[in-house]
Design a protein around this ligand. Structure first.
Ligand code: GRF
Length: 196
C-alpha cells in the first residue's frame, strides 16, 4: 500500500478529492496533509477525514528556501511518504527539494501545459483568445510547472467567460483528473489520463 502525503496552502479541494478517492482497492492511502499556512481551510477537512496534519509556516524562514524545505523534509521523512501530491501548494520549490523527491512528486496546474506555466493561467488563456483551457497533472522537476505530463483535462472557453467562471469549471475537472492520475501512478502506470 503506497503512502501519500499531500501539500496544500489553501482550501484543499483537490486534497479532499484525493483523500476521498483512496479507499477500497485503491493502491494508496493518505499518510499526511501538510500546509505552509497555519489556518489553511484544507487542514480542518483533512482532520475531519482522520488524516494526520502538520503545518510548517514558511514565514519564519524569510528568503531562506533551503531552511524552509529542510523543515518540510523533517516532517515528511517522519511520515514516510512514497508519493507526494502538491495540491494548491503555493510555494516554489528549489532544485534540491525536487531532486530529493524526483519521480515521486506530482502537481496539478490549471492550464494545458506546456502552455501558461506560472500564475493567472485562465486570464491568460482568455486574453489570448484560446478556444479551450484546462488542467494538467505532471511530475515535479526543478523546472517550474515543467516535468512529464501524466494527465490533462480540456475545458472549452465560452464567450464572455471571466477567469473566475472558467476557473470554477476547470476545478471540477481537476477533481476528476488528479485522483485518476494518482491511482495509475500509485500502481506504477504512467499511461497519461486524458479527459474528456
Ligand atoms: C486550483 O486551481 C489548482 O489548480 C491550483 O490551486 C488551486 C486551488 O486548489 N494548484 P485547492 O482548491 O486548494 O485544491
Amino acid at each position: 500500500m503506497k503512502r501519500v502525503a499531500i501539500l496544500i496552502s489553501g482550501g484543499g479541494s483537490n486534497m479532499v478529492t484525493l483523500v476521498d478517492s483512496m479507499q477500497g482497492d485503491h493502491p494508496a492511502r493518505p499518510c499526511l496533509v501538510l500546509s505552509n499556512v497555519a489556518d489553511a481551510g484544507g487542514l480542518d477537512k483533512a482532520r475531519a477525514r482522520g488524516v494526520d496534519t502538520a503545518v510548517v509556516d514558511h514565514r519564519p524562514f524569510g528568503k531562506d528556501r533551503e531552511a524552509f524545505e529542510a523543515a518540510l523534509n523533517e516532517v515528511l521523512d517522519a511520515a514516510r511518504p512514497d508519493i507526494i501530491c502538491l495540491a494548491g501548494f503555493m510555494r516554489v520549490l528549489t532544485e534540491g527539494f525536487t531532486r530529493k523527491w524526483a519521480g515521486r512528486m506530482l502537481n496539478i496546474h490549471p492550464s494545458l501545459l506546456p502552455k501558461y506555466k506560472g500564475l493567472n493561467t485562465h486570464a491568460r488563456a482568455i486574453g489570448a483568445g484560446d478556444a479551450e483551457a484546462g488542467c494538467s497533472v505532471h511530475e515535479v522537476t526543478s523546472e517550474l510547472d515543467g516535468g512529464p505530463v501524466l494527465g490533462q483535462a480540456r475545458v472549452p472557453i465560452r464567450a464572455g467567460d471571466t477567469p473566475e467562471a472558467l476557473a470554477a469549471r476547470v476545478l471540477k475537472f481537476e477533481h476528476q483528473l488528479y485522483p485518476a492520475v494518482l491511482r495509475r501512478f500509485a500502481a506504477g502506470d504512467r499511461t497519461p489520463v486524458m479527459l474528456p
